[in-house]
Design a protein around this ligand. Sequence first.
Ligand code: RUQ
Ligand code: CUA
Length: 666
Amino acid sequence: MKLSNVPAALALAAALILCAYSCKPKNTANAVSADAAQKTYVPPGKYDEFYDFVSGGFSGQMSVYGLPSGRLLRVIPVFSVDPQAGYGYSEETKPMLNTSHGFIPWDDLHHIEASQTNGEIDGRWVFGNGNNTPRIARIDLSTYNTAEILELPNSAGNHSSPFTTENTEYIVAGTRFSVPPDNADGDVPIDSYKKNFLGTISFVSVDKNSGNMKIAFQLKIPGINLDLSHAGKGPSHGWFFFSCYNTEQAHTLLEVNASQRDKDFIMAINWKKAEEYLQQGKGVKQQVKYAHNVYDEKTQTASSTIETEVTVLDVMSLPGIAYMMPCPKSPHGCDVDPTGEYIVGSGKLAALIPVFSFNKMMDAINNKKFDGTYENIPVLKYEDVLYGEVKKPGLGPLHTEFDGKGNAYTSFFISSEIVKWNIKDLKVLDRAPTYYSIGHLSIPGGDTKKPNAKYVIAYNKITKDRYLPTGPELAQSAQLYDISGDKMQLILDFPTIGEPHYAQAIEASLIKDKSKKFYDIMQNENTYATKGEPNAKVVREGNKVHIYMTAIRSHLAPDNIEGVQVGDEVYFHFTNQEQDWDIPHGFAIKAANTAELLVMPGETRTLKWIPEKVGIYPFYCTDFCSALHQEMSGYIRISPKGSKVPLAFGTGDKAPGGKDTTTISK
Ligand code: RUQ
Ligand code: CUA
């Protein structure tokens, strides 16, 4: 490390931080246009025009808002346990959070990508990345359930993920942290980084019909940090672009040591070429361990399988897969315009935006015009691949989305603004302040071939004074801008859950009608489902007690249970008998330390409980489902271990000891 650079770089960083606050626009309130209320008002009983699927960042979840109202419609549990529905707590859903490191009940979800057909959002699934313990999740847009989670071996910090190709052939996942491969001895000195650390890009294939994910192959790349990515489209279909930083391969004080070079790279990956090598058997099978978790809609039960092999292609020894395009100042966002010709890089410390040309890149590659190699990967010349630079757009560009009318919208973290510019002549057309320090931004379909240029939404990193103060912790903030005219118009602020990174707004008409209303109980194949109250029962198998419980407005069956003992493993298999939209029932029992359940109509969920003390334990429905919801309850009697109290259960007349006699007195 060149020590002389440290003070200078730290001073720069400090100046940038200062600027993040001092450059914040004054007079925050008057930036709103007069007709904002009209534009965002969705009258009671009316629907929003878009669903906005927003990542929760460190909450590990995904939240769904209506646009333009900004109303929170739902939080979808993905990588973190969820107390509301018992996701990750119920026996049926625990396997979703299994990994090769065991049960991991939280993660950090950064990016959301919608499935595409012909480069357009098709409304089938959205994908999310687990950034910390590398995973990709697929969410089903008819049930809003996490349908699948796939762990990624040879990876750490799954940040440039889960971006898709134009027909969802692949979802990619690139490592933010390079590490020694999983099959190597990882017990190495950290300062042997350059020798032992490697990066990986996973290409995860998605089955056209079922959506099932599979690691098709992994690319072994040099030990650098990948940040973001987007697929080529149209003419550039078959390519993927990844922004890289830390090409210095530093392992400490990255703030300084990974900002040494004036330019890092955008790595262009020819995945069709990788497919050819794969077919020629050039892939190397590697023994690894990773979890593949699938939620089965029929049995309503998740299973987790540990997979043991991946096929790896080494881009440093297989020519033609990877090329490096120099990109200034620690590139972050990497976005491809709707035509597929322009690739926009965004240097976190840059004061310009480089726009690369796919055509020029192909010319340079075909003419073998290289400027040496980086770790055996051909490096292209900046001038040869550059279409042009947007000059003086702002400070600290991060991400770019497109409106499909030839314009691009770039977020600027340091100068806290969105800047609209024209792709053809690279001229800045408009700028709008954000409150404050915007990260990602999104336009419905803004990273596809067919954007819907009605709104741009800013996802801000800092909230400060935008809402009533709530102590040191403030909700993060999104902002909605009308972009239907020439100028951006701020029309709404709305708070978000966790830290919003990327998002995908989808036209409501594309998905709302296939939203499931309830599960057909006759098709419920859960092993422990109870169909019809007469089938409710309690079965003892050794020290395991299975309670097959039904719920229908407004009672539980059985609601009196006796003959269960301290130390028994008690399973409440709770089946909601309703066949009507929006009638969940809940289940909670005193002293259970595993879960509470919220069970949808026609669905079965299981709560496990090991009673530790003798006594009477009430249980009840937790969802106010009917006028007599408070009556929807029952008791279980827990006797000492080895007790002679016989197993007995029932409701009403069938309750142990018979019907209530105290209620009818003459
Ligand atoms: S990031 S603020 Cu994790 Cu997508 Cu750019
Ligand atoms: Cu069922 Cu309350």
